[in-house]
Design a protein around this ligand. Sequence first.
Ligand code: SOE
Length: 386
Amino acid sequence: MVSRKIRVGMIGYQFMGKAHSHAYRDLSFYFEHGIEPVLQAIAGRNEEKVKKAAKQMGWLSYETDWRKLIERDDIHLIDIVTPNNTHAEIAIAAAEAGKHVLCEKPLALTVEQAERMYEAVTKNKVIHMITHNYRFAPAVQYAKKLIRDGRLGEIRHIRATYLQDWMMDPNFPLVWRLRKEVTGTGTLGDIGAHSIDLARFLVGEIDEVIGTMKTFVKKRPTGEMSGGLSAKIEGDQLADVDVDDTAAFLAHFENGALGVFEATRYAGGNRNGNRFEINGSKGSLRWDMEKMNLLEVYFEDDEPGLQGFRTIHCTEEHHPYAGAYWPAGHGIGYEHTFINLLSCFMDGIEKGESPSPNFKDGLINQRILEAVVESTETRSWVKIPN
Ligand code: SOE
């Protein structure tokens, strides 16, 4: 197959930068496309650090000003892996320069920003996606297939929890993910957004929500991330935490299903507990990111006496994306969800269509996040605007 090269410019290079870089580099190991990404350049403000990151992750060049990256003629796609408060400005500039855009979640700080971002990518006819990577676990894709094929019947419940514990220590510093002006909401937008995306993907659109949010630790030492989910204290001041540590909400779906959602960073022992259980009139299924290759499935019409959840190892050619990797039983990991997402993005660029989850999904997700905040403030159900 003759490939057209698509030259990527990535802005940011930390945790998500590493996940995305790895995915661009490994994509052609597993998937064949008419489009082949080239790691053309990355951008970051600190020259020493960005240069080191470019070398380590295999980027051909670097810039210290993201605007220069967007201006470059040899860049066709802008990948945004910077903190949330920068997404809108960068994505809009990229779209106006005619570049395709991949953006980390949540799409923006506010619905207003997300609307402008969606308008920019549609007006400029560029291909866009948001990195809700968990949709691309083969087990989640297979869950979607079972639901789409009617194997679960009418969907009645989704119980989605995203439980983490990386900043339970009250001395864990006030990193950007804990500062409203940089992150928007706290746990809700950071991990609750993933549960919302999975629920929309698997169950359907949410009609209204009622929620509550809580901040357990109200002051923290100042500091910044130092790689992955570790951080360093900088200075000797304590500063106010102005975002949620935990958020919980109920949701009514347009198809009549009821959703129960919980996102927290205070669930000790749960390192990345992104989980859901879905119950329908004919069956149920369960997934847990910490055992991401497994899907538990229950069917009502199984023979009495043999009924119960069965565990499927989603590593076979029948399971979307899994066949591109190893023989059955040889599982894949977190990083492969990003490779699968990129494969979908490359298909989209080839076909000239923005695959889901795209900026429209990001905008709807943002409306749901904002509705949960509003409902927490007003202590009432809030409709999701169309
Ligand atoms: C931190 O909570 C975090 O890195 C999120 O920002 C990611 O989106 C999630 O996938 C893992 O946890």
